[in-house]
Design a protein around this ligand. Structure first.
Ligand code: NAI
Length: 334
């Protein structure tokens, strides 16, 4: 049995976590969960939203599956997600975005890999109130982080038969910071002549993604643009309910959906567990359980294609529980 840290999160987190762990249990995945709570409820009992026991558990197990955790807006504690990625140096945020047969969207030809830098940029959280009417935030971009994320993107492209890496920036305005990011992606691109290299400004990218998403292959972006563009790309394929993600470092990896804790649908049995299940499938591959991963993926894709038990966000009128049961039933027939 492989020990894996499990963070059930909050909001819809516990509902989709139950769905995913039920499916993995039915698929006989070789996993023993090391359950670790984090977030606002934990503050009441332990004083902090991300206690050391959580990061210790991930360091021990080297792999985690995580549901979303709420971050208060404009006040309160710092994001558990940002803190986790930073403290474990999970420098690459990998967010594949591909159409799934059976899920309606405006496009049927999206197959984009988003590689988002995960440790710096405006997410360094260096902010200060100058006076009551002004505040500032510092954008940090370093050669080390930019080069290693560029290397990750090109290595991913080589290993996964992708043709082109596009570096995304706003280097016309942020000349020093995004300029340095581009300097690093260019230097890295020169080492991978077999992969085409392009550059694009983030505003133009957003427009082009909406018009012709099929023109894009692998995108490499600094943290903030990567965060925003990955939600945009989720919208291209049918929404956040199906957008998977992984945070990868040299010592550990945390697999989690792109979406947040969706407080608007919490406790209503309508959350879509697909994004977290797809993230769990990647986690299975990462822990060398490729056969189980394939089996779960086939059952998931079959359930979506059958279209009978889809959750409302992807055009159905079923529930999280019924969708989960349908996937489990399909495990027997794939
Ligand atoms: P959100 O992603 O939670 O929700 C945006 C919209 O998408 C909502 O209408 C929601 O109902 C829908 N949605 C999201 N996931 C869904 C799913 N699995 N099934 C069906 N519908 C789904 O974004 P929002 O509302 O901006 O953020 C809520 C909280 O989540 C915030 O506190 C934010 O900081 C946190 N968050 C946490 C993340 C993480 O833990 N990695 C990532 C993003 C946000």
């Amino acid at each position: 049995m492989r020990k894996v840290t499990l963070i059930p999160g909050d909001g819809i987190g516990p509902e989709i976590t139950k769905s995913v762990t039920d499916i993995l249990k039915a698929a006989k995945a070789e996993i023993e969960w090391d359950i670790q709570t984090a977030g606002s409820d934990v503050i009441k009992t332990e004083g902090v939203p991300l206690p050391k026991r959580v990061t210790d558990s991930i360091k021990r197990n080297k792999v985690a599956l995580k549901a979303p955790v709420t971050t208060p807006i404009g006040k309160g504690f710092r994001s558990v997600n940002v803190e986790l990625r930073k403290s474990l140096d999970l420098y690459a945020n990998l967010r594949p975005c591909k159409n799934i047969k059976g899920i309606k969207s405006r496009y049927d030809n999206v197959d984009i890999i988003i590689v988002r830098e995960n440790t710096e940029d405006l997410y360094a959280g260096i902010e200060r109130q100058i006076d009551k009417d002004s505040a500032e935030s510092i954008k940090i971009i370093t050669r080390k982080a930019s080069t290693r994320i560029a290397e990750f993107a090109f290595e991913y492209a080589v290993k996964n038969n992708r043709k082109c890496v596009t570096a995304v920036s706003k280097a016309n305005i942020c000349k020093l910071t995004d300029g340095l990011f581009l300097e690093c992606t260019r230097e890295t691109a020169a080492k991978y002549p077999q992969i085409e290299y392009k550059e694009i400004l983030v505003d133009n990218l957003c427009m082009q993604l909406v018009q012709n998403p099929e023109n894009f292959d692998v995108l490499v972006l600094p943290n903030l643009y990567g965060d925003i563009v990955s939600d945009l790309c989720a919208g291209l394929i049918g929404g956040l309910g199906i957008a998977q993600g992984a945070n990868i470092g040299l010592e550990a990896a945390v697999f989690e959906p792109v979406h947040g804790s969706a407080p608007d649908i919490k406790g209503q049995n309508k959350a879509n567990p697909t994004a977290m299940l797809l993230s769990a499938i990647e986690m299975l591959k990462y822990t060398d359980q490729k056969e189980t991963a394939k089996k779960v993926e086939n059952a998931l894709l079959k359930t979506i294609e059958q279209g009978k038990f889809l959750t409302p966000d992807i055009g159905g009128n079923s529930t999280t529980e019924k969708y989960t049961k349908a996937i489990i039933a399909n495990l027997q027939s794939v």
